[in-house]
Design a protein around this ligand. Structure first.
Ligand code: GDP
Ligand code: MN
Length: 395
């Protein structure tokens, strides 16, 4: 699960990370009130307005703007709230901005140079440790840095048993070229960021940019978090941060029905029981010249309701040209699944695309008979090869 920048910053602050302070608003008037309140709290006279969407690259897309007066706050907020923000991460249709963050300007002039760094903590599945990835080339697209100048990105492996050791925090601050006050602040920043990452069971906590202000403070200007869905039960407060506006509507619907669903870009919808079989089915679809429109695992206890819910979700995608249902009858009997398909087909009505059902396992022949005798435009198959040939015919 992903959360917004303002929510991630609240987590950082709780764990002792310095942040660019801010308040959220959903209207231009609220934005002005927030700006005044921030002025009281921080003394700032300039503010940045930041679109709260689940995507990066907002700066380049016009989702981060500096305001130098309250009038400007009002004007920029009016423009930003409700806009369809397009960044390199949103796709061409963009995302609607419903909320903005009014933050204190932290790029003010001062005695030393300001500088932007990159830092993230992420799970390293290969070593079973956490990795702190960091670079002095922050503020920009880190993928590009990784691509063109990988030597500018450093990695520090952190043993989850010990956490960040003091020498590791100092090594990071040193490699970033810091001295004096900024060096000290960076070591504290590293420890606090790692603490935040562990506290919320994140799989990624990314800060880009980490800013060294012109008076040598180190702070998080941006924040991106991926929370581990499997740990969400431990964090009801975080689960409440879910913003359904930012998630794929069909994936949300699937979640309600306990279906494992991931939307893809192809034209053949598939419904399968078991994740391994689902992967194999997607391969078969590709080999037949189609592209899977989704991954959908209905799980072990497939019944009429789950089949119907799954079919409905698949058919709601206008790109779908055919549906392949591939079920192995182990615990669940094939004739029961077949009845479920027939019932779902009748209930949904007006299905315009071919539906291919391949049943194998317990009562496979009986299941095929149920499909064949239903009088519906459902094609049945017993072997995967037969199913693949039908898919080839229809896509
Ligand atoms: P992203 O583009 O979605 O990654 O959004 P960020 O929060 O990283 O902001 C993008 C850029 O906006 C930063 O790299 C800065 O250059 C700029 N920015 C962010 N905060 C401030 C601020 O307080 N003052 C000024 N002048 N610029 C800022
Ligand atoms: Mn950023």
């Amino acid at each position: 699960m992903n959360i917004h920048e303002y929510q991630a910053k609240a987590i950082l602050k709780q764990n002792g990370v310095n942040i660019q302070e801010g308040l959220t608003a959903e209207t231009a008037d609220e934005a002005v009130a927030a700006a005044k309140e921030l002025q009281k709290q921080t003394g700032t006279g300039w503010w940045v307005l930041k679109a709260q969407i689940h995507a990066g690259g907002r700066g380049k897309g016009g989702g981060v703007k500096l305001a130098k007066s309250l009038d400007e706050v009002h004007q920029l907020a009016t423009e930003m709230i409700g806009m369809q923000l397009v960044t390199h991460q949103t796709g061409p249709e963009g995302k609607k901005v419903r909320k903005i963050l009014i933050a204190q300007d932290v790029y003010y002039p001062g005695p030393s140079e300001k500088k932007e760094y990159y830092m993230s903590v992420l799970l390293n599945r290969e070593t079973g440790k956490n990795t702190i990835m960091y670079s002095a080339e922050g503020g920009v697209d880190i993928e590009e840095v990784a691509d063109k100048t990988p030597e500018l990105i450093f990695k520090e492996e952190i043993d989850p048993g010990t956490g960040v050791l003091p020498f590791q925090a100092r090594k990071i601050a040193f490699n970033l070229g810091l001295e004096g006050q900024a060096f000290k602040e960076m070591t504290r920043f590293v420890a606090a960021l790692y603490r935040a990452y562990v506290a919320v069971d994140a799989s990624l906590f990314e800060i880009n940019p980490v800013l060294k202000t012109t008076d040598d403070k180190i702070m998080a200007v941006d924040a991106k978090v991926n929370l581990d869905d499997n740990a969400l039960f431990r964090h009801p407060d975080l689960a409440d941060m879910r913003d359904l506006n930012e998630e794929d509507a069909t994936e949300t619907e699937a979640g309600k029905n306990n279906l494992n669903f991931v939307k893809l870009d192809g034209n053949v919808g598939c419904m399968v029981n078991g994740a391994g079989l689902a992967m194999a089915t997607m391969d078969i679809i590709k080999l037949s010249g189609g592209e899977p429109a989704n991954f959908l695992d209905v799980g072990g206890g497939a019944n009429a309701e789950t089949v119907e819910a799954g079919l409905k979700i698949i058919l709601s995608d206008p790109a779908v040209k055919a549906v392949l249902i591939n079920v192995f009858g182990g615990i669940v009997r094939c004739d029961r699944v077949a009845s479920g398909v027939v019932e779902a087909y009748k209930n949904l009505g007006n299905i315009k695309v071919p539906v291919i059902v391949r049943l194998q396992g317990t009562n496979a022949e009986e299941g095929k008979a149920v499909i064949d005798n239903s009088g519906l435009k459902v094609r049945s198959a017993i072997t995967l090869k037969e199913a693949a040939d039908i898919v080839k015919e229809v896509v």
